[in-house]
Ligand binder design. Structure first.
Ligand code: 13P
Length: 247
């Protein structure tokens, strides 16, 4: 099916100039598998610095953006601004944006639609909380989050889905390869049924949540896991191992 493995590093609100130059050196030294697409999600204030200092083979992503091109929205940045500094990707709908900053399915869907219109590629994050999983609602939740986006866009070719169970983020509690595979497979089936089979078969679905150099290979071996979105470990040299998880 030819889904290229895609590994994102989400630095979140971490890093200063010194640490970022260390990460840049690690990424330049690699070696990074040419079979993997690598995208680093950088705090907005450092985006241009990182874009300028990384080879073009490594993509850079903003971690958020707003849903309109410009205007009176103090503190926000637009997809047009992100494109303007040579950055091609944005991460949207991260559970921290949803939970801490109150972003709704609807707002996230609007942001995804506008970012795509503006020519950005999008990593769209979805995932259930522990309470939702324990209540047997995992599929209901991730389908609802995906459906909101599907209501606003038609072309999925520039979208990567990141399935990040909230209970696995920053907790050291990784989903087992079986747990992750089960949700990824269900999502792919959802796309086949509710969008179309082409999208279902071609869309890349990353897993995120406590991915490390130690657990990445087993996760990468699952048939419907097409990459990772990595938080904590993306700030460390082991990120290189995660990029190379699928050889
Ligand atoms: O939220 C994540 C990536 O977006 C995952 O974070 P951790 O890898 O630190 O659990």
């Amino acid at each position: 099916m030819g889904r290229k493995f895609v590994v994102g590093g989400n630095w979140k609100m971490n890093g200063d100039k010194k640490q970022i130059s260390e990460i840049i050196n690690t990424l330049k030294t690699g070696p990074l598998s040419p079979n993997t697409e690598v995208i680093v999600g950088v705090p907005a204030i450092y985006l241009e610095h990182v874009r300028t200092n990384l080879p073009q083979s490594i993509e850079v992503a903003a971690q958020n953006c707003y849903k309109v091109p410009k205007g009176a929205f103090t503190g926000e940045i637009s997809p047009a601004m992100i494109k303007d500094i040579g950055v091609n990707w944005v991460i949207l709908g991260h559970s921290e944006r949803r939970q801490i900053f109150g972003e709704t399915d609807e707002l996230i869907a609007e942001k995804v639609a506008h970012a795509l219109e503006a020519g950005l590629k999008v990593i769209a994050c979805i995932g259930e909380t522990l309470e939702e999983r324990e209540g047997g609602k995992t599929e209901e939740v991730v389908f609802r989050q995906t459906k909101a986006i599907a209501g606003k866009i038609k072309d999925w070719s520039n979208v990567v889905i990141a399935y990040e169970p909230v209970w696995a983020i920053g907790t050291g509690k990784t989903a087992t390869p079986q747990q992750a595979q089960e949700v990824h497979k269900a999502l792919r089936q959802w796309f086949c049924t509710h969008v179309n089979a082409d999208v279902g078969n071609s869309i890349r679905i990353q897993y995120g949540g406590s991915v490390t150099g130690a657990n990445c290979k087993e996760l990468a071996a699952q048939p419907d896991i097409d990459g990772f979105l990595v938080g904590g470990a993306s700030l460390k040299p082991e990120f290189v191992n995660i990029v190379n998880a699928k050889q």
